[in-house]
Design a binder for this molecule. Sequence first.
Ligand SMILES: Cc1cc2nc3c(=O)[nH]c(=O)nc-3n(C[C@H](O)[C@H](O)[C@H](O)COP(=O)(O)OP(=O)(O)OC[C@H]3O[C@@H](n4cnc5c(N)ncnc54)[C@H](O)[C@@H]3O)c2cc1C
Length: 441
Amino acid sequence: MFVATKLPENTKVSGWVQMLPERTPNPSLSKSINVDVAIIGAGFAGLSAARRLSQCNPKLRVAVLEAGEIAAGAAGRNSGFIIDLPHEVSSDEYAGSDAGPTRRHIMINRTAIQLASDVAQERGWGKDVFDPCGKYNIAMSAQGDEHISSYAKQLDALKEPYRLLDSRQVADVTGTTAFTSAIFTPGTIIVQPAAYVRGLADSLKGGVKIYEKTPALSLEAVGKEWRIKTPQGAVTAGKVILANNGHAESFGIYRGLLMHVFTYASMTEEFSPARLGGDRSWAATPAFPMGTTVRRVRGERGDRILIRSRYTYNPRLKISENDVERAGRVHDRKFDARFPTLKGVQMEHRWGGAMALTWNGVPAYGEIESGLFAACACNGVGATKATALGIAAADSILGIKSELLAAFGQFEAPKSLPPQPFLTIGAKANLGFREWRAGKE
Ligand SMILES: Cc1cc2nc3c(=O)[nH]c(=O)nc-3n(C[C@H](O)[C@H](O)[C@H](O)COP(=O)(O)OP(=O)(O)OC[C@H]3O[C@@H](n4cnc5c(N)ncnc54)[C@H](O)[C@@H]3O)c2cc1C
């Protein structure tokens, strides 16, 4: 029997949710039910698994249990990059291999992008929700410029298209002279993440039912089935997909293997587009992975800037409002350094959210007990990786021998984290060092 010792706590509401109209959540589970598949968690992984299951077999009875509301968790709190290409290319591909780990990652990412694109097409979304506009990887220092040139060589080896931009060309796009160079890659999708996950949830058909404000409290094997307790009813299911990312460990699963790291975002109030030249909508990740993500979000009444940076290690899986405010002060400095012409524009929304990393960067994935499947450990890029994990978990249950499933089968198992207190000391020192190394970026 696995008992949840912690449930998700979301500090502050993300700007993305606040920009959307009010929504009535799906009713909570209020009685005991029997289903074929129960999914714990309605983020990218859980909802994508449900979609794949119902598409392949509309008759399957699927229950998705979400502790909070759709889009209140990390899936509706992120920066909205559904990224196709990894940040670093492995040395195998440098040597010209066609089948190395980077190619595998790209295939995994593109499978996720395909699912997202199908949802976008079905729902008829405009660019305000789903924009296949690509992304910039952007530098602010000589060190960052070096990273950009080296990344261009890696992309050459992979035969992936890109465009290099010098400081003047970046200024034409961003409306600021703060950036020194950039590389544009066309395959990333940029979404309004809260609108995307809500739409993904609403796209579910067939036998899928979502129960919001319905935390799974315990999980127990009873004969050949699994019984999940929730506050007002139990779910008996032939198969279970654990799609609750770091909270898998709250059930004692993957104990000592998941590192709980939070990251933070601030979003400005709307400002008149006349105050900042360049394109009215663009999205940039930093040249150094631990640096600052920036987006300009075009709105009907004005535009906003999103700044995402800071990482903190929070093994208790929660952060305080003070943590968000502290990160916010860093965001303000980053904003001022990048957009001096927007002096006086205030941050309207600030928030933080959880990610689950493994020591060796692999997913926590697979059939961990008979009929119990895990699709966890987003490693910070869950919009793609967790989506793909969800699809793969569904394929596993459906007995589909997909290329995706084979790719996940090739990952090694998550490596043990160092014991406490060395883990806390090491994680904090490592995050601090890497943020320091990212410097201005
Ligand atoms: C500020 C920020 C920016 C980010 N930017 C990006 C980005 O641009 N691109 C990207 O790819 N990634 C980004 N990420 C990371 C991304 O959001 C996560 O990787 C992703 O949300 C993980 O998806 P998931 O489905 O695995 O988990 P989650 O999205 O965390 O979903 C898990 C769900 O499980 C639910 N749950 C947990 N326990 C229980 C329980 N006991 N019972 C029922 N439900 C439960 C939770 O409430 C949650 O809704 C960012 C994260 C943050 C915080």
